[in-house]
Design a binder for this molecule. Structure first.
Ligand code: C2E
Ligand code: MG
Ligand code: MG
Length: 558
């Protein structure tokens, strides 16, 4: 219909249509090389007038450099009559110098003067959620489509998929604003695209993540090398621009067994590998390992089982008690409450496996309350047999940080009806005790409420005498591994002897853990601990068994 119309008339029609459109309508007069564009496009890209002369030259200013040749070639074909349709996805540069992914479609017509015109529209793909206007890269949906096709037709051609993420991106956004976040994303995308060869496709996934997929047939580029190059580039950019923060990147890499996988699998497994890199301390890469992933899936399943049993009134959970005896008399003066879980699916799961899972998921909070209440109730009962009896309950740092622990402890003591000296809370030694405000607050609250604290597993990690002095724990529990060392060699034996002396001089008592045999007791008793806990005096056992044991032996010692 517009065929053979004067160009002014075509422009008027397009102006009317333009006002109701999100896309940009254009006429490219290929005969006189004039480009007619709508007003709003002059705001978006560096073209200053709605009538652009010498347009092929002018386009160089707004088309992404490496896409220009492809565009010029396509337009030449339209101009020469080789084709009468134009349909390209390529990149522009916006006035803010950011990449804009566009789709340009048009048809060739002839006007009243016999000029060949390309008439069409340009849509920003970002507005259609296909490409991302912060980085100019294609997005996750596109990655999924592309990778599905490759997985279907030639999975063996994939050399690696690498998922790159900015460490602590949330913090950058929160601290420096989303503008700063966007800028880092943009810089990183540039570092990535500058590093990789053409056969590597790069996509922007959600938030701060990028996906690289190499299906090249040329030189094998080691993904680790690529990662290091990107890392070096972004570090330079950050230094060069004098950004206030220090931003690092991590990567997860899949480099084999693509056959039979779906795009969903690639997304899941690469996310797992990236999380592994972050979990190991960030600023590094991790290769996907099937055995780690299987272990992770098992942990997820265990977590599901734990959650189900918790909501089923703690079915399968039980608190065991292990005697703590007074050194010398060997009278039972207390017990440590130790959690046990009999899973329907996995049988008896050791605390070494389940406690970290509970901590990571926060489930340790309800479980910790359960142990505290059970232990307090039993303590009240057993105080009738041994008046000075106390129960030790292990605390996790997750409870300290993510729950109102003092409130739970006070409520428990009050409702069960036990006094503060009946309860010892055990906290594993850790370097953060000194510096962490929440822990400091808890220690103060415990002091104010006259609840005793024991430093657990002393000798396995931080083992700092200075904080022992500051904390003024009632008791320091020497870990079994430390005791074993002392049993094996004279040097450690001497250290333990002095250490116990020092702890005493700070006003704390010592509980020696893990004594299993008579000869161990014989040797270690001369180091003068105040209390002993170990298989020799009783294994952790269910409340009824422990109670019988208390009734038989408790009063008279061994
Ligand atoms: P822990 O607090 O140091 O508890 C002492 C551990 O040493 C217990 O292991 C106990 O069974 C073991 N043990 C005691 N005497 C001997 C001995 O003579 N020889 C040997 N080989 N081992 C001995 P268990 O019950 O497996 O608990 C392991 C860890 O799990 C505990 O170490 C504690 O850190 C944690 N845990 C257990 N129950 C709870 C709980 O209710 N809450 C929290 N947060 N952690 C808990
Ligand atoms: Mg303990
Ligand atoms: Mg311990």
């Amino acid at each position: 219909m517009v065929q053979n119309m004067p160009i002014e008339q075509i422009r008027s029609i397009m102006e009317v249509l333009q006002s109701s459109l999100d896309a940009y309508l254009f006429i490219l007069d290929m005969t006189s090389e004039v480009y007619y564009i709508p007003e709003k496009l002059t705001e978006r890209v560096a073209l200053d007038s709605t009538r652009v002369e010498n347009c092929m030259e002018a386009l160089k200013a707004i088309v992404y450099p490496s896409d220009y040749a492809m565009l010029a070639e396509d337009i030449a074909r339209c101009a020469s009559g080789e084709q009468d349709k134009h349909d390209l996805e390529y990149r522009w540069l916006g006035r803010d110098n950011r990449v804009i992914w566009i789709n340009c479609q048009g048809a060739v017509i002839t006007d009243a003067d016999g000029h060949r015109l390309l008439v069409g529209r340009v849509s920003e793909l970002g507005r259609q959620a296909k490409a991302d206007n912060v980085t100019g890269l294609r997005r996750e949906t596109r990655f999924r489509l592309d990778v599905e096709e490759i997985l279907r037709d030639r999975p063996e051609s994939i050399r690696y998929c690498m998922r790159v993420g900015i460490d602590n991106f949330k913090e950058i956004n929160e601290k420096d604003g989303t503008e700063a976040g966007d800028l880092i994303l943009y810089e990183l995308s540039k570092c990535i695209t500058d590093t990789v060869v053409e056969e590597v496709s790069v996509y922007r996934l959600v938030a701060d993540e990028f996906m690289l997929i190499d299906t090249g047939s040329g030189m094998v580029e080691q993904p680790a090398e690529i990662y290091n190059q990107i890392k070096t580039k972004i570090e330079k950019v950050i230094k060069g621009k004098d950004y206030s923060g220090f931003y690092t990147i991590s990567a997860g890499i899949l480099n084999r067994d693509f056959a039979g996988k779906s795009s969903e699998d690639i997304m899941k497994l690469s996310e797992f590998a990236l999380n592994e890199a972050k979990r190991k301390g960030k600023n590094q890469l991790a290769f996907f390992e099937q055995k780690d992933y299987d272990q992770y899936l098992k942990h997820l399943d265990i977590r599901k089982e734990i959650r189900r049993d918790i909501s089923n009134q703690f079915a399968g959970f039980e608190v065991y008690y292990q005697p703590i005896v007074e050194a010398g008399s060997y009278r039972i003066i207390g017990a440590e409450a130790l959690l046990r879980w009999q899973s329907k699916k996995y049988g008896s799961v050791s605390p070494a496996v389940m406690i970290p899972i509970m901590e990571e998921s926060g489930l340790i909070i309800p479980i910790g309350r359960y142990v505290l209440w059970e232990a307090a109730k039993m303590c009240k009962k057993w105080k009738k047999i041994i008046p000075e009896f106390h129960v030790n309950v292990n605390l996790s740092y997750v409870q300290v940080h993510k729950s109102d622990l003092m409130n739970d402890v006070s409520a428990c003591m009050q409702e069960v009806g036990i006094s503060p000296d009946s309860l010892v809370l055990e906290l594993t030694e850790s370097g953060s005790i000194e510096t962490d405000n929440r822990i400091q607050k808890l220690l103060q609250d415990l002091k104010d409420s006259r609840i005793n604290l024991a430093i657990d597993d002393f000798g396995t990690g931080y083992s700092n005498m200075r904080y022992l002095k500051e904390i003024q724990a009632k008791t320091v529990k020497l870990d079994r591994s430390f005791v074993l060392q002392a049993l094996k060699n004279d040097y450690d034996y001497m250290i333990i002897t002095h250490l116990i002396d020092m702890i005493h001089s700070l006003g704390s008592t010592v509980c020696m853990e893990g004594i299993e045999y008579d000869h161990e007791l014989e040797k270690m008793k001369s180091t003068k601990p105040d209390m002993i806990q170990g298989y020799l005096f009783g294994r952790p056992s269910p409340a009824e068994v422990f109670e019988t044991f208390l009734l038989e032996n408790g009063k008279n010692g061994q």
